[in-house]
Design a protein. Structure first.
Length: 204
């Protein structure tokens, strides 16, 4: 079985979006700074099967390519799904996404949809995601899902794209944990342009 890991952009003060996220500002006030590194470099990284082109450093391009090659499925919470309008139709990683929530948005249920809506809990969503991911990793987000995974001892790795900004508020990645300390081992640091990619193993 593959690992369960996060893959989120985070400010130095620990926020994955700025304050007051909503339809007008899906990343909250100032939160777009967390994504600026996708356009901060001088190497073109094209997402396969997509029109999206990022401008990143060589190191970041390699990291993004590796993430894409090693991710088999995603589990996300319904707020992220709604705020991104289902990432415009499919997730940029182009893998099946299992969306946890309290209801099913029927307009997204159709033959061939990359989204499966799960209402019977995190472990069910993770189980379904692992089944399709096989040997590849399952990526999880956003904050509410990561926190539940940590509490249940289900998270293997924390991948963070650390952005040099203090947002001062917003959705905190590690808020509401209620348990700790949780030991982590830093297994990789990659310096990019406008971002540092950090990998931590959750010590179990
Ligand atoms: N920086 C980044 O890389 C990045 C990436 C993605 C998202 N984001 C940001 O993250 C924020 C959203 O994160 P979030 O933590 O607030 O919300 P979230 O994890 O995206 O979604 C939370 C929702 O998921 C559902 N849910 C969670 N656990 C569940 C469970 N065990 N069973 C059933 N349903 C469950 C609930 O939906 P119901 O309300 O339907 O019950 C809950 O309200 C947004 O601001 C977004 O822009 C940042």
């Amino acid at each position: 079985m593959g690992k369960v890991r996060t893959g989120l952009s985070v400010s130095l003060d620990g926020f994955i979006s700025g304050p007051n996220d909503g339809p007008e500002a899906p990343m909250g006030v100032g939160g777009e700074r967390l994504m600026a590194w996708y356009a901060a470099g001088d190497i073109e990284y094209r997402l396969p099967e997509s029109d999206m082109v990022f401008m990143v450093s060589t190191q970041t391009a390699e990291y993004l390519a590796e993430t894409r090659a090693t991710t088999g499925a995603l589990v996300f919470g319904r707020r992220t799904f709604d705020l991104t309008h289902g990432w415009g139709g499919k997730h940029p990683l182009d893998v099946p996404v299992f969306v946890l929530g309290g209801s099913v948005p029927e307009e997204w249920v159709y033959e061939g949809s990359p989204f499966t809506f799960v209402m019977d809990g995190l472990e069910s969503a993770l189980g379904q995601a692992k089944a399709v991911a096989g040997e590849k990793a399952v990526g999880v987000g956003a904050a509410s899902i990561v926190q539940q995974c940590i509490k249940l001892g289900l998270l293997d790795e924390i991948h963070l794209d650390l952005v040099p900004v203090l947002l001062g508020g917003g959705v905190s990645l590690f808020d509401h944990l209620g348990i700790g300390p949780i030991d982590l081992e830093c297994t990789r640091m990659i310096g990019g342009t406008g971002v540092t990619h950090l990998t931590f193993r959750v010590v179990k």
